[in-house]
Design a protein around this ligand. Structure first.
Ligand code: TPP
Length: 684
C-alpha cells in the first residue's frame, strides 16, 4: 500500500477550526509523510527509538493538528489550549515532529537530529519539563491516558467556576494497544465514562501489533465494546483515510460522552518489509528499509529535509488558532478584575495570601484546646480551615472517604451533572486516582489531594513516581500508616512503604506526630510547588505533644527537638508520627534511671536532608547514643541515627490484633526504646 493512495483526501472541509489556508496547496499525504520521514531519520541517526508508531499514526496526527487541535506554538502554556497527550510515549518522534513542523521554538530541526541525546529537547520519551509543548511525561504505558482523564476533569471543574468563556477546551489522547492493555486504563476509562467527560477524545492506534508480535498472542478484547460498556461513544475508522478521520473527529466535537476512535493503522506505514510487523516497533529501520520507504511514500528528499511548501503548510497549521487565542485573551481581559486575578493566580500556581493566617489560626485553636486525636482526624480538622481558604484544592478518596477523613463538611462532590464541587469519589481506583491527579496538576489551576490507605501507595506508585519526576504538586493523604491500624492485619499494615516512598527522588514524605505537626505538614505540602507530598497519618488517637502556640513551622526543617534533655543529652531519641509519643515516654523512663535523653521529632526525612550541614548536625546532635523509633523497617534511618544507632521498629510483617497489643507484641514500647538506649550506653 502506498501512502499516495490516500493523499488527496487531504483537502479538508471548510468549517473546522481555522483549516490552514496554505495546506490546501499541499496534500495531506505529503504533510503526513514529513512526520514519517523525520521519525525514520531521527531514529536511524540516534541508532535507537521507535519509528513504527509515528509512521502508523501520521495520518491521524496530521488531521488532528491541521484541522482540529486548538493550540498556539508561540504560547505552549496558553491556559485554554486543547491538551494533546501522547500516551504511547515510545512514539515520541511523532510529537517531536509535530512540534517542529507546527513551529514550536523548543523543537528545532537540530533538536530532532539530536533525538535521544543528552541535553536535547527530544529525549527518548516525552518529558514535559524538558520540552514545551509536551503536556505530560509518558512512556510507562497507560499513564498518559489516565493523566488525560484528570486534565478533562480539571477543565470541567475550572469551567464550572470561571465559565466557558475562559475555560473551554478539549483533551486529545493518542493511545496504543499497550496503553489499553494496562490495568490503569480500566480505572481511567471507567472514571471518565462515569463522569461523562465528553471533551475527552482518545485516538486509539489500533495496529494489532506490540513488541512480542501480533496482539493476538496476548489479547482478544474488543476495545470498542469495552469503551462502550464504560459509557463512551466508540467507533472505528481507517486510520489512513484522512477524510474519514476528519469526519469522526468532527462528530466527536459534539459528543455527550467521552469518545474513543479506534484507528485501524499499519505500524511502520510505508516501510517495504517491516510495515505491519513488530520489527517496525522499536528499532531503527535500517538504510535499505528507509530507502524503500522513501520510495513507497514518494518522499525523495534528503534525511531531515522537509521541503519548503510542506513546512509552510505545517507552519500555517500551527497558526490556525491565532485568532482563537486572541479572542480568548479578549474574553479574559473582559472578565471581572477580581475573577481574572483569581484565575491567573490559580494558573500560576501561587497560593492565596491567606494561607499563613489560616494555619496560624488552626495552631492557635489547638493551643487553646489541645486535641488528642488521630492524625487523620487532625488532617480533617486542618482541612476544615484550609479548604475555604485554598479553593484550588480538589480532594478525593479511593472509596475510603470516611476512613481517610479527606472530605470536609462543606465539600460538594463532583458529578457528571455538576463539576463545581471540590471532592471526587474516585471509586476503588488508586492507580487511576493518582494518575488523574497528575493530570489535574499538569492542567493547572488545581491542587489535587487524595485519600487511601498507606499500604495501597503501592497501587499508586507508578503515578506518584511520575509526579515526582515531573515535579507536580499532588498531595496524597495516606492513612492507617502502621501496625497502629490494628485488627485489619498485615495485609493492611504498611511496613516497608515509608522507606519505599522515601526512596523516590523529589518527593516529600510527611509523618506528623500530632495535630500541630499535621497542619504544619499540610502547609509545607501546599507550599511545595514542584514536588508531590505524602501525608502518612494514623488511624489511632495520639496525644497532642505541642501544647503551646508557636508561630514558627517547626516541621519545615524536617526535624526538631520536641522534648529537650534535662542537661547534656547522652541519648537522642528520633521518632516519627505515632512513635514520637512513645519516645517521649521513653525519655521519662530514662530520666528515672538518671539518663538524660532528648527527643527529636522527624516529620520529614527529605526536608531534614535538605538542611545545610551545620543545621542538620545541630538537629541530630552529638549524644553518645542515637535511637530511631518508627513502626516500619529500618531502611533509610541510618542517615539519621548512623549505622551504630539502635532502631526500634518492624522487621517483619505485622499481625491482626488490637493495636496496643501489637505494639507490645512487636516491641515498640517506651520500655523497649529505653532498653535499646541503655544497652547502647552499656548500662545494661
Ligand atoms: C508499563 C509499561 N510496560 C512496558 C513497557 C515497554 N513497552 C513499550 S511499548 C510496549 C508495547 C508496544 O505495543 P503497542 O503499545 O501496541 O505499541 P506499538 O507497537 O503499536 O508502537 C511495551 C511493552 C512500557 N513502556 N510501559
Amino acid at each position: 500500500m502506498s501512502a499516495n493512495a490516500s493523499s488527496t483526501a487531504a483537502a479538508v472541509s471548510s468549517g473546522r477550526r481555522g483549516q490552514a489556508a496554505a495546506s490546501s496547496a499541499v496534500s495531506h499525504a505529503r504533510m503526513a509523510n514529513a512526520i514519517r520521514a523525520l521519525a525514520m531519520d531521527a531514529v536511524e541517526q540516534a541508532k535507537s527509538g521507535h519509528p513504527g508508531m509515528p509512521m502508523g499514526m501520521s495520518d491521524v496526527a496530521t488531521v488532528l493538528f491541521s484541522q482540529f487541535l486548538t493550540f498556539d506554538p508561540a504560547d505552549p502554556a496558553w491556559p485554554d489550549r486543547d491538551r494533546f497527550v501522547l500516551s504511547a510515549g515510545h512514539g515520541s518522534m511523532l510529537i517531536y515532529a509535530l512540534l517542529y513542523l507546527t513551529g514550536y521554538a523548543s523543537v528545532t530541526l537540530d533538536e530532532i537530529k539530536r533525538f535521544r541525546q543528552l541535553g536535547s529537547k527530544t529525549p527518548g520519551h516525552p518529558e514535559n519539563f524538558i520540552t514545551p509543548g509536551v503536556e505530560t511525561t509518558t512512556g510507562p504505558l497507560g499513564q498518559g491516558l489516565a493523566n488525560a482523564v484528570g486534565m478533562a476533569i480539571a477543565e470541567r471543574h475550572l469551567a464550572a467556576e470561571f465559565g466557558d468563556v475562559v475555560v473551554n477546551h478539549k483533551t486529545y489522547v493518542i493511545a496504543s494497544d499497550g496503553d489499553l492493555m494496562e490495568g490503569i486504563s480500566h480505572e481511567a476509562i471507567a472514571l471518565a465514562g462515569h463522569l461523562k467527560l465528553s471533551k475527552l477524545i482518545v485516538l486509539f492506534d489500533d495496529n494489532g501489533i506490540s513488541i512480542d508480535g501480533a496482539l493476538s498472542l496476548s489479547d482478544s478484547v474488543d476495545q470498542v465494546k469495552r469503551f462502550e460498556a464504560a459509557g463512551w461513544n466508540a467507533s472505528r475508522v481507517d486510520g489512513h483515510d484522512a477524510a474519514a478521520i476528519a469526519a469522526v473527529l468532527e462528530k466527536a466535537q459534539s459528543s455527550d460522552r467521552p469518545v474513543l476512535i479506534a484507528c485501524k493503522t499499519q505500524i511502520g506505514y510505508g516501510a517495504p518489509t517491516k510495515a505491519g510487523k513488530a520489527s517496525a516497533h522499536g528499532s531503527p529501520l535500517g538504510q535499505e528499509e528507509i530507502k524503500g520507504a522513501r520510495n513507497n511514500l514518494a518522499w525523495e528528499h534528503e534525511p531531515f529535509h522537509v521541503p519548503d511548501d510542506v513546512l509552510a503548510a505545517w507552519r500555517a497549521a500551527g497558526q490556525r488558532s491565532k485568532a482563537a487565542h486572541a479572542d480568548w485573551n479578549k474574553r479574559l481581559a473582559a472578565l471581572d478584575a477580581g475573577k481574572r486575578a483569581e484565575f491567573e493566580r490559580r494558573m500560576r500556581g501561587d497560593l492565596p495570601k491567606a494561607l499563613n493566617d489560616v494555619v496560624r489560626a488552626v495552631k492557635e485553636s489547638l493551643a487553646a484546646s489541645p486535641k488528642d486525636i488521630a492524625t487523620r482526624s487532625s488532617s480533617e480538622f486542618a482541612l476544615e480551615s484550609l479548604i475555604p481558604a485554598v479553593p484550588e484544592m480538589v480532594g478525593g478518596s479511593a472509596d475510603l472517604t470516611g476512613s481517610n477523613n479527606t472530605r470536609t463538611r462543606s465539600m460538594k462532590a463532583i458529578t457528571a451533572a455538576d463539576f463545581s464541587g471540590h471532592f471526587i469519589h474516585y471509586g476503588v481506583r488508586e492507580h487511576g486516582m493518582a494518575a488523574a491527579m497528575n493530570g489535574m496538576a499538569l492542567h493547572g489551576g488545581i491542587i489535587p489531594y487524595s485519600g487511601t490507605f498507606l499500604v495501597f501507595s503501592d497501587y499508586c506508585r507508578p503515578a506518584i513516581r511520575l509526579a515526582a519526576l515531573m515535579g507536580e504538586r499532588v498531595i496524597h493523604v495516606m492513612t492507617h500508616d502502621s501496625i497502629g491500624l490494628g485488627e485489619d492485619g498485615p495485609t493492611h499494615q504498611p511496613v516497608e512503604h515509608l522507606a519505599a516512598l522515601r526512596a523516590i527522588p523529589n518527593i516529600l514524605v510527611f509523618r506528623p506526630a500530632d495535630a500541630v505537626e499535621t497542619v504544619e505538614c499540610w502547609q509545607l505540602a501546599l507550599e511545595a510547588k514542584d514536588r508531590p507530598s505524602i501525608l502518612a497519618l494514623t488511624r489511632q488517637n495520639l496525644p497532642q505533644l505541642s501544647k503551646n502556640f508557636l508561630d514558627k513551622n517547626r516541621c519545615a526543617a524536617g526535624a526538631y527537638e520536641i522534648s529537650p534533655a534535662n542537661g547534656k543529652a547522652q541519648v537522642s531519641l528520633f521518632a516519627t508520627g505515632s512513635e514520637v509519643a512513645i519516645a517521649v515516654d521513653a525519655q521519662k523512663l530514662l530520666a528515672a534511671k538518671g539518663v538524660a535523653a532528648r527527643v527529636v521529632s522527624v516529620p520529614c526525612f527529605e526536608l531534614l536532608a535538605a538542611q545545610p550541614a551545620p543545621t542538620r548536625r545541630a538537629i541530630i546532635g552529638d549524644a553518645k547514643v542515637n535511637v530511631g523509633v518508627e513502626a516500619a523497617v529500618r531502611q533509610g534511618w541510618d542517615a539519621i541515627i548512623g549505622s551504630d544507632g539502635a532502631f526500634v521498629g518492624m522487621s517483619t510483617f505485622g499481625a491482626s490484633a488490637p493495636y496496643k497489643e501489637l505494639y507490645k507484641h512487636f516491641g515498640i514500647t517506651p520500655e523497649a526504646v529505653a532498653d535499646a538506649a541503655l544497652r547502647k550506653l552499656g548500662n545494661k
